[in-house]
Ligand binder design. Structure first.
Ligand code: NAP
Length: 295
């Protein structure tokens, strides 16, 4: 069996079309234009390209976007003052501070300063807490994107054995929590594996759905999965460079071998990645609707 490819590129395209229409309607009917600000500190090339992609996508959807780039020497007080200014700015519905921040800045202090009502990354403890409780909030973008991929890809999660590999605050823990909730793409029985897990393959082999969010190229091999498993590969690992200087990417799953056993699988690139940016846009639109009293 060769797996159905769960294309994040295609799914994201469909959601972006829906969002573009929603943004146009918000403007036409309510004179509401969702606004996103991205704040980048320093010149990390990967972060620069992420921020550029986010602003480009926002513009394509009709979302007002501001890209603020600050030098790596920016001090924490100045960054906090900027975040507070954005908190007060009625044009801005979403504030994204690109991580990682330079070492001399306390990342938590910055993220906690963002108004929870503008925290479209879903990293503020208020939103994390509401997510845990199943209340309306901004869901963190990567787990949110995974839920959409599963739902739109027709993957049944109800009663499914889900094994999440990785326990980070931005992917592993939230996706595990969301999938055990009573909600679409939820109602699963969830196991989380990490570096201290004794026999990871014993867990992954009984999984109906594997979510790999590790950061180790091709960690999940074909002998670690059962026939018919659904695989979501979150990993983005740079494993080399093409002659033209483009990064060669691999996921956390040995795609070529695992796809022969899986029922469906996400590719890398073109899987979870495009969904993450799209969910940032969805959260920004949701924030604008909340600010306008429309939800
Ligand atoms: P992270 O914070 O580094 O966490 C990695 C997790 O994997 C940790 O919990 C770690 O366990 C676990 N782990 C590492 N090696 C392992 C091993 N050999 N066996 C079992 N568990 C292992 O990473 P992250 O931020 O969640 O990101 C994970 C990957 O997803 C990265 O490649 C990242 O680039 C990618 N990512 C992609 C997107 C996207 O939009 N496509 C978004 C976010 C992240 P311990 O806790 O025990 O150390």
């Amino acid at each position: 069996m060769s797996a159905k490819i769960l294309s994040g590129t295609e799914t994201a395209k469909a959601i972006r079309q829906e969002l573009a229409q929603e943004v146009a309607e918000l403007k036409a009917k309510h004179n509401v234009v969702p606004g996103l600000v991205t704040i980048l500190v320093g010149e990390d090339p990967a972060s620069q390209s992420y921020v550029t992609a986010k602003n480009k996508t926002a513009k394509e959807l009709g979302i007002y976007s501001e890209q603020i780039s600050l030098p790596a020497t920016t001090n924490e007080a100045d960054l906090l003052a900027l975040v507070n200014k954005c908190n007060q700015d009625p044009k801005i519905n979403g504030i994204l501070v690109q991580l990682p921040l330079p070492k001399h800045i306390n990342e938590a202090r910055v993220l906690y300063t963002i108004d929870p009502n503008k925290d479209v990354d879903g990293f503020h403890p208020v939103n994390v807490g509401k997510m845990m409780l199943g209340e309306q909030c901004f869901l963190p973008c990567t787990p949110h994107g995974i839920l959409e991929l599963l739902t739109r890809g027709g993957v049944n999660t109800k009663g499914a054995e889900v094994v999440v590999v990785g326990r980070s605050n931005i992917v592993g823990k939230p996706i595990a929590n969301l999938m055990l909730q009573k909600r679409p793409a939820g109602d699963a029985t969830v196991t989380i594996c990490h570096t201290r897990t004794k026999d990871m393959a014993a867990h992954t082999r009984r999984a109906d759905i594997i979510i790999a969010a590790v950061g180790v190229p091709k960690l999940i091999t074909a002998d670690m999965v059962k026939e018919g498993v659904a695989v979501i590969d979150v990993g983005v690992n740079r494993i080399g460079m093409t002659e033209s200087g483009k990064a060669i990417l691999a996921g956390d799953v040995d795609f070529e071998a695992v796809k022969e056993k899986a029922s469906c699988i996400t590719p890398v690139p073109g899987g979870v990645g495009p969904m993450t940016i799209t969910m940032l846009m969805k959260n920004t639109v949701q924030s604008a609707k909340m600010a306008a009293g429309l939800i």
